[in-house]
Write a new protein. Structure first.
Ligand code: ADP
Length: 347
């Protein structure tokens, strides 16, 4: 759907940002571009909606070179989400989401329906949320609205440039889950730039690893782990293991095995473990599709650690009702708090 053919970019000051890049992004995939700072990710992304022009080569969308599109027509059809989304402060959330459909002169009924559909997709339909002003929302919630706004006019392609990198880990994880939910329902072609390999592994249908203006490898998360093209890819991807559960070792310097061993010994901690206090509650009826396995809220710590070593996310149930969700990051956080309380932390 999006093709780069021998694309190069040299900035006026001589910086060679991209060197002969060839790439195919498929329709309906969530395609992640990742690599060290300065490797050319943003340059490539902005070439797709012509915010940056190429020095050489061709970029095609639906087989047609992008220069042949009317630039407005091209940009209408491409949603764009930046690291810090600027919502219009005097407008409500619903009005903010509706900006592009309004500009495109959709009928008001159609706009209303679209806004509802989008809010519904992230579990916010029928809440008071849509009538609030941006200042009444947290940074994470504002960013979430920015994502919905980019999708509002139903573009075929959505470009996302480090959209969650300014958020705290919890909001970040929630938005990542939102994106996965949205993607399952809408099947957009999403090009997502990040410098966080764990985020890439969690979200990407395919991941493009870049270095110094060149593409080193494109593949599914599993392919990158199992058949890295070179040492750089191996090292880069190696640091991501926990999110795909392929190697349940180090999570942010902590090791699942260490936690596992420690949790077996430390019965005192197990006895006061309360899963409800570390999970994120879910509103009734909203079950994120990213987690499939449910554990009882009364689970003991050793059992919980055991099951968490092979899952990124779990649902939490009580009396056969899903009441919350919990991620491996929640467990790590809980564990480091326990260690700190007992003076064993590093900080
Ligand atoms: P990334 O998004 O991977 O961090 P960029 O695409 O922003 O990388 O930048 C790629 C390279 O191009 C870097 O060396 C950067 O310094 C350089 N660069 C980006 N924008 C400009 C510009 N407007 N003028 C000159 N050099 C630039």
């Amino acid at each position: 759907m999006i093709q780069f053919e021998n694309v190069s970019k040299q900035y006026p000051d001589g910086t060679l940002a991209l060197r002969q890049v060839n790439l195919n992004i498929n329709k309906g995939e969530l395609f992640v571009m990742i690599g060290p700072s300065g490797c050319g990710k943003t340059t490539m992304l902005k070439m797709i909606n012509r915010l940056i022009e190429r020095s050489d080569g061709t970029v095609r969308i639906n087989e047609r070179p992008i220069d042949e599109y009317n630039i407005h027509e091209l940009r209408w059809n491409i949603g764009y989400v930046l690291q810090q989304i600027a919502l219009f402060p005097h407008m409500t959330i619903a009005e903010n989401i509706a900006v592009v459909p309004e500009l495109r002169k959709w009928k008001s009924e159609q706009i209303k329906e679209r806004v509802h559909t989008l809010l519904d997709m992230v579990g916010l339909k029928g809440t008071t949320y849509s009538d609030r002003k941006p200042a009444e929302l947290s940074g994470g919630q504002q960013q979430r609205i920015g994502v919905l706004r980019a999708l509002a006019a139903d573009p075929e392609i959505v470009l996302m440039d480090e959209p969650f990198s300014a958020l705290d880990p919890i909001s970040r994880e929630k938005l990542q889950d939102d994106i996965l939910d949205i993607q399952r329902q809408m099947k957009k072609t999403i090009v997502f730039v990040t410098h966080d390999i764990q985020e890439a592994m969690k979200l990407g249908d395919r991941i493009c690893i870049m270095k110094e203006g060149q593409v080193l490898q494109v593949g599914t998360p599993e392919e990158l782990i199992q058949q890295p093209a070179n040492e750089f890819v191996r090292d880069f991807v190696g640091s991501s293991a926990p999110n795909k559960s392929l190697q349940p070792e180090s999570v942010g310097g902590e090791s699942m095995h260490e936690i596992q061993a420690a949790s077996g010994e430390k019965e005192r901690l197990s006895s006061k473990f309360d899963l409800e206090s570390i999970m994120s509650p879910l509103s009734p009826g909203h079950v994120p599709k990213s987690a499939k396995t449910a554990v009882p809220v009364s689970i003991t710590l050793p059992d919980f650690v055991e099951i968490m070593s092979s899952h990124d996310h779990l649902l939490v149930e009580r009396d056969r009702q899903i009441i919350g969700e919990v991620s491996r990051a929640d467990l790590i956080r809980y564990w480091s708090e326990q260690l700190q309380e007992r003076g064993e932390g590093h900080e």
